[in-house]
Design a protein around this ligand. Structure first.
Ligand SMILES: NC(=O)c1ccc[n+]([C@@H]2O[C@H](COP(=O)([O-])OP(=O)(O)OC[C@H]3O[C@@H](n4cnc5c(N)ncnc54)[C@H](O)[C@@H]3O)[C@@H](O)[C@H]2O)c1
Length: 351
């Protein structure tokens, strides 16, 4: 059964999200940044971190557990490091401020910035890509509340803790690693549930901590690559929490649950200036050679060709910019409902 979707023009969808977040109390510049991040997520095909999150953000803005007009500021600078205090604002502009500071510090070679008092920042890649515009390598780590079981455990102890690394190339697209450390996102599990499909046994566990292939029974998620994914999630939590002064691990308030609490998330964001190591042109050319060598790999059965991380997102963006972003009808209805409550129009047809 194919999912019902509404095809949405990217520009109009972005304008709607911006208007909705402003109407919910988010200051103008932050509404612009969040709407851009969400639409980039949609265009890359990361629908789990796109407009589906808007009703959640609106709910938290209205309750006040996200500060719509925060004073995001650098509160500490030591050598090539800094700490940014996000004042409990939206994670997207807080992450951007931290990356701008990391890029500034990296004019000296490298810059690393710890972030505290932040919240959900959407796709890590949007922040990492800012460094690429300056011929730098961008690095982003974050943590989330505990929803993933540690390897060998039954109950959650780590988050879906994401990372992104963005690398400039001599191609139309950068190399972009942008991933969660869980085997599959909750979004993918929910899609399988809505289609009545079973899932692989290493995606989720039920209430008793037992592996399940029934998406309706999934209570907690499983780390990618067994102990290695769990270890990565732990390391990203250490960098985002204990190293920055933010909360960490099981102490993080629940994203979907503790609505009256600030998220108190941390991030760890860095930039590396390529020119300090080798000339940028030489670096990009050599990464291009690696891309060509990888593209020359014969495809395995079931594959047309081997892709570079970030290439699928680039191709998806080209397609969606031409054909529109496919927003599931269920999400469109939720956005329409949010728009009605805010007394603004939702500019797409809803069934
Ligand atoms: N803010 C948060 O708290 C949070 C938490 C978890 C995830 N996220 C975000 O969720 C998004 C989705 O994460 P995900 O792990 O589901 O991503 P994914 O599994 O779709 O992709 C992960 C990586 O694999 C690469 N990739 C995918 N297919 C490929 C192929 N055929 N060949 C080569 N490379 C390929 C992608 O380019 C990407 O870099 C990310 O943007 C991540 O930042 C955010």
């Amino acid at each position: 059964m194919s999912e019902q979707v509404v095809s949405c023009d990217a520009g109009r969808l972005k304008a709607f999200v911006r208007q909705a977040l402003s109407a919910a109390g988010l200051c103008g510049e932050h509404a612009r940044i969040v709407s851009e991040s969400l639409i980039v997520a949609e265009l890359f095909g990361f629908h789990s971190h796109g407009v589906i999150r808007v009703p959640h953000y609106i709910k938290r803005l209205k309750i006040g557990s996200i500060n719509g007009n925060p004073n995001i500021r650098v509160v500490q600078r030591k050598g090539n490091t800094a700490i940014v205090d996000g004042d409990h604002g939206m994670g997207h502009p807080i992450g951007l401020t931290a990356m701008e500071e990391a890029i500034r510090l990296a004019e000296n070679g490298v810059g690393f910035v710890g972030v505290k008092k932040s919240s959900h920042f959407g796709i890590a890649g949007y922040i990492a890509l800012q460094a690429v515009k300056r011929d730098m390598i961008g690095i982003v780590f974050s943590h989330t509340d505990a929803s993933v079981i540690p390897f060998g455990g039954k109950m959650p102890a780590v988050g879906t803790n994401p990372m992104a690394v963005a690398v400039p190339t001599d191609r139309e697209y950068p190399v972009l690693l942008d991933m969660a450390t869980s085997a599959a996102s909750l979004g993918k599990i929910l899609v399988a549930k809505s289609k009545g499909e079973s899932i692989p046994p290493d995606w989720g566990v039920d209430e008793a901590g037992e592996p399940t292939t029934d998406p309706a029974k999934v209570k907690y998620m499983v780390p990618m690559a067994g102990p290695k994914g769990y270890a990565l999630a732990l390391i990203f939590d250490i960098l985002s929490g204990p190293l920055t002064g933010a909360l960490f691990g099981k102490k993080l308030p629940l994203m979907y649950g503790d609505y009256d609490k600030h998220r108190d998330l941390g991030h760890f964001i860095g930039a590396i200036r390529i020119e300090n190591f080798v000339p940028v042109a030489e670096f990009k050319r050599n990464v291009g050679i690696m891309i060509d060598d990888i593209h020359a790999t014969p495809p395995a059965k079931g594959f047309d060709r081997v892709l570079i991380p970030g290439e699928k997102e680039y191709l998806t963006r080209l397609k969606y910019e031409k054909e529109g972003i496919p927003v599931p009808s269920e999400t469109a209805r939720a956005l329409d409902g949010a728009a009605k409550e805010l007394d603004i129009p939702f500019p797409f047809p809803v069934e």
